[in-house]
Design a protein around this ligand. Sequence first.
Ligand SMILES: [Zn+2]
Length: 404
Amino acid sequence: MKGLIGQSGLDARCATQLRVLQCIRMAAEISRTDIARALDSSPATVTAACTALLRAGLICEVERAPSDTVQRGRPRIMLQIAGGAFYVAGMKIARHAILVMIVDSQGGEIVTHTAPLETSRMKAEDLVRAVRRALEAACAGCGLGIGQIAGVVLGMPGFVNGLTGFMHWSSSVLERNVDFAPLFREHLPCPTFIDNDANLVAKAEHLFGAGRGLRNFLVVTVEHGVGMGIVLDGELYRGERGCGAEFGHTKVQIQGAVCQCGQRGCLEAYVGDYAMVRDAATGRQGDGPTSIPEILEAARQGDALAQEVLQRASQFLGVALANLVNLFDPEHIVLARSRPPFDHPYPETMLDALRRNTVEVDAPLPEITVRNLDESMWAKGAAAHGIELVSILKIREQGAADAA
Ligand SMILES: [Zn+2]
């Protein structure tokens, strides 16, 4: 199963087609000559790749009036991503809802849909059934049949192997060690893939947000749990078993607070929403704050326990971010959160801990942006990943048909 969707499983010819396709996607519209120049490839190789992509229905040709004197009188043939070649659905499993975004092969948004979840943690098979219902509802909302969806990508929190569909652990699922691939085959009408949700936010930031054009950057999501997506040298880094980039489960305290993953002393056991709500209630007489907005408000009103919880979370986050800078030396770190918005009460505490714990070099710190994430970014990243994966499947199918 390994390599099912990875580019490593493509032969050289298909890999070239994929590079050409990505070049066309980035440019929106480009000639064969300019693709060859951009990829430092021979015109014959690019022409052969374009022919295969045209046959697979992934790109189309458009004629443009000549723009220079050299080619006066002859129209220029440009290439574009074919519209309506296929549809994909990107989904995010959130605590209380499944967010769905259906896009076409050009990345154009067709519909977004939010399907509420009755519980934030359920059996794997029940989750897949809920995914199916959410997909059906989204399709009904835009007049598409579920059979017209060519691929689904599901972003979920936890340790998931995007290459094989295996989930080691997730805060959304009751069981550990679930192979989702057979469940998807049983309940969903098209190839379906999972990935870590923070990876998909990093993908969305890389393509559409603060990471556009950057080679090395990190996205840290601080929500119920703490996630991270790593883009290194322009590519998402996942690790060997799909368990990499688990920033929330890096240890910050030996024998420390209990984390939802089952271990002790994880960063998110101090910084995640659930941990702060838990700590703000511990040792308190009477009713205390039961949500992050309530903790923030209590701290503003002078509640000592709420202030202590926030102060500690700020320090832990600052130290942990310093560790990231020490490990990766990125251009940029995006600190993101969708709901409730990032309303960090002690940014100076956090930044001070960051500065004091970063290795001393005579250079400025990387840029750190605090960002309130539009919730649709989670599903948008999943949809963008879905376009790539379905393109790879179609390139493979066409390659197999050509070889037959
Ligand atoms: Zn943990």
